[in-house]
Design a protein around this ligand. Structure first.
Ligand code: ZN
Length: 242
């Protein structure tokens, strides 16, 4: 009988074993570590006894698979004469035009905004409320902005506070929109997050304290930071044509 002791499995993984069982488990855990715990690739690789580029490869393949499935769905829809499915639009993402019920939304007011949970529930869509006020995480590759390349400014979808410029966005294979710097140092605030037994840094809106995502130290130059955000709590305002 093969051992099913979890400790033995972890030791086998960390030893770098290339057995089929280890390879499959390593791939599965890579996805969980990065997508659910949002661990940096380097830390995930260290935990699983592989190189960082091996973890990167897992996500490149995953991104390609997702794109192929979406392409296949579009082809099927075209064959059926039906309109193609909306693949990157998340209907629950709030846009500027959907804010009339939120009187607290402002791109210019940076004063601290403290509202009761009942008021937040009233002025936000259920999906934005869940992430912004309860710290939920949207599934990878599901949001509106993870691969969006428009030029403009990303604000907090709960209060309108400006957070990131598109110039600071970079292509990340993690499945969430990623930025290397904020528009102002106090655009966001940081909190220690020790959930799941991991030491991570939570990023919240500097004005309304909405949960936005996490920040890691594996981003590109010049800051080396990776602000890994949930699309659902971002509101994009395109630059006006000059
Ligand atoms: Zn906010």
């Amino acid at each position: 009988m093969p051992s099913i002791n979890p400790a033995n499995q972890i030791l086998a993984l960390q030893s770098g074993s290339k057995s089929g069982e280890c390879a499959a488990l390593r791939k599965e855990l890579s996805v969980k570590f990065v997508q659910e715990l949002r661990l940096p690739y380097a830390e995930t690789a260290r935990q699983l006894g592989v190189s960082t580029s091996a973890v990167n490869q897992v996500f490149l393949r995953l991104a390609r698979t997702v794109l192929l499935i979406l392409l296949f769905m579009n082809i099927l829809s075209a064959c059926n004469g039906a309109p193609p499915p909306t693949i990157t639009k998340n209907s629950t993402v709030m846009t500027e035009k959907q804010h009339p019920v939120n009187p607290y939304f402002s791109h210019t007011d940076t004063t601290s905004l403290t509202l009761s949970d009942a008021v937040w529930k009233e002025v936000l869509s259920p999906a934005v409320y869940e992430v912004a006020r309860h710290g939920s995480t949207e599934p990878a590759f599901s949001g509106k902005y993870w691969d969006y390349e428009g030029k403009g400014t990303y604000s907090c979808a709960a209060c309108g506070n400006r957070l990131f410029r598109s110039d600071a966005k970079f292509a990340s294979t993690c499945g969430w929109p990623s930025f290397f710097e904020t528009v102002r140092p106090n655009s966001v605030l940081y909190r220690k997050d020790s959930s799941f037994g991991m030491a991570r840094t939570e990023v919240v809106c500097g004005r309304c304290k909405a949960h936005l995502g996490h920040v890691f130290d594996d981003g590109p130059a010049p800051t080396g930071k990776r602000f890994c955000m949930n699309s659902i709590v971002l509101d994009f305002e395109p630059d006006k044509a000059s």
